[in-house]
Each structure stands twice: as structure tokens, then as C-alpha cells.
Design a protein around this ligand. Structure first.
Ligand code: 5GP
Length: 173
């Protein structure tokens, strides 16, 4: 769906934009959402020059789906966000429940500002409103893998984004 070169170019553009916006900020904390955002966070921050620290956060939703609406914290960050500018970096925003929960949590903990950077935006699937300040690409409702995104833990290491075709869907359409 999205070639490696196109992702690299877009990540560089986003890094430049974020760098400009945070010029002068002394306490930027970049928080990646595990595991899907690992590649995105590293490639993005490698291209940024503002002083920053990096941390990771891991969630899982209750039940079997990704959109149960209740989000559980599996791994919390080590760093304090009180009085700091926070940039949350996520692989993909689908229903929005995961990010809604994390954004609210960091605001509650006293972050000075909280902004969101997402590589992919499944805009049509949104159930709760989450403003994406920096968006890589808008996509449809397809299930995608690669560049950190998995299907049963596989395909994260693909350097591009690919669509998974499910046989059942092909038969029914
Ligand atoms: P949300 O809470 O926005 O519904 O879900 C966000 C999470 O669902 C993402 O961090 C990701 O783990 C998972 N997700 C949503 N859509 C996709 C997709 O197309 N492919 C993969 N691999 N994961 C997805």
C-alpha cells in the first residue's frame, strides 16, 4: 500500500515540522506506543534536533478485539511528564480509544502540552474524537501490516505497509 521510500520521505517531513514547532522547548518527551510504533519513533527522532527524551508505553484492550473501548496499561513510562511537553507517537489510529485514553492520562498527570503524531489514520473507523497533530498518511478501513504493525506478531519488520487480504472477505464481496 505504501512503499518504503514514501514512508521515509514522509517521516522526514514530519520530523522537520515537529522540530520547527518545538523549537525552544527544553523538555520534550517523545512517548512511543509499543510495539507497533517502535520503527516510527526511532526513524522520526533520529531526524529531529530539538532536545528530547524517549520513553515507551504499552496498552492492550480488554477482550479479543482492538476496539473494546476499555484500554489496559501493560507497561507505563519511566519518565515524569509533569510540566513537560509530550509528543505521543502511535503507529495507527483506528477507533481512537487507545489514544483517547493515553492522551487523557498524560494530561491528568500534569503534562504542559500533549500532542499526537500517528503514521496512519483510519479516519472512517473513528469512534471517539482524537485530534492528530501530525499525520503520516490517511488510509481506508483495510487491515495493514509492516513498518511495526503486525498480524499475530508477524510482519512487523516489513519496510513498507501492506494490506492483509482475508479469504472470507474475498468470498463475501
Ligand atoms: P484504536 O484504539 O484506535 O481502535 O486501535 C489502535 C490500535 O489497534 C493500534 O495501535 C494497533 O495496535 C491496532 N490496529 C488498528 N488497526 C490496525 C491495522 O490495520 N493493522 C494492525 N496491525 N493493527 C491495527
Amino acid at each position: 500500500m505504501i512503499e518504503a521510500g514514501a514512508i521515509e520521505r514522509r517521516v522526514a517531513e514530519l520530523a522537520a515540522e515537529i522540530d520547527r514547532d518545538y523549537a525552544g522547548s527544553e523538555g520534550l518527551v517523545v512517548i512511543g506506543v509499543l510495539k507497533g510504533a517502535v520503527f516510527f519513533v526511532t526513524e522520526l527522532t533520529k531526524r529531529m534536533t530539538v532536545p528530547l527524551t524517549i520513553d515507551f508505553f504499552q496498552t492492550s484492550s480488554y477482550g479479543s478485539g482492538t476496539s473494546a473501548g476499555e484500554v489496559r496499561i501493560k507497561r507505563d513510562i519511566d519518565l515524569s511528564v509533569r510540566g513537560r511537553d509530550v509528543l505521543l507517537v502511535e503507529d495507527i489510529v483506528d477507533t481512537g480509544w487507545t489514544l483517547r485514553t493515553i492522551l487523557d492520562l498524560f494530561r491528568f498527570r500534569g503534562a504542559r502540552s500533549v500532542r499526537l503524531c500517528a503514521l496512519l489514520d483510519k479516519h472512517e473507523a473513528r469512534e471517539v474524537d482524537v485530534p492528530i497533530d501530525y499525520c503520516g498518511f490517511r488510509i481506508g478501513r483495510e487491515f495493514v501490516v509492516g513498518y511495526g504493525l503486525d498480524f499475530s506478531e508477524r510482519y512487523r519488520n516489513l519496510p513498507y505497509i501492506a494490506v492483509v487480504e482475508f479469504p472470507d472477505e474475498e468470498q463475501s464481496s
